[in-house]
Design a protein. Structure first.
Length: 138
């Protein structure tokens, strides 16, 4: 089975999640504070090499009415450059409500403070994105 890397893209932070070796579950991995595209891609490439990732799943921000959001073109551009940088396939999945779902889980189930939530929300959203992809593509 191939190992997958899930990404929740943001202008300030990139949430990362990793599939287990069997491709059954997604686990939050880490949150990268954005520096520059070159450095962001280098850090992602290091993770790809370390874990033997074979495919990247990137959350695509779509509005609730199904139209593309303002961030969608940024994500598509990021994906194009990431594909070239790490030489791996990058697939999209609709990420509607994943950040809100992650936030709700952290508030209601983990009872985390706002400051602590900021540090884990994006990697939890990435794991929700990746798990959704794996559930739809067994």
């Amino acid at each position: 089975m191939q190992r997958l890397l899930g990404i929740d893209y943001g202008h300030r932070r990139i949430g990362l999640a990793l599939s287990d070796p069997l491709g059954i579950t997604a686990q939050p991995l880490e949150v990268l504070e954005r520096v520059s595209l070159k450095e962001d891609f280098a850090r992602i490439a290091a993770i790809v090499a370390k874990y033997g990732v074979e495919k990247i799943v990137l959350g695509l921000p779509i509005n609730m009415n199904g139209t593309e959001s303002g961030l969608t073109s940024d994500v598509r551009r990021f994906a194009e450059e990431l594909r070239e940088s790490v030489a791996l396939p990058v697939e999209f999945i609709d990420e509607r409500l994943t950040t809100m779902q992650a936030e709700r889980m952290l508030v209601e189930e983990a009872d985390m403070s706002r400051e602590k939530r900021k540090k884990v929300r994006d990697k939890l959203a990435a794991s929700l994105i990746l798990q959704s992809y794996m559930d739809q593509n067994p």
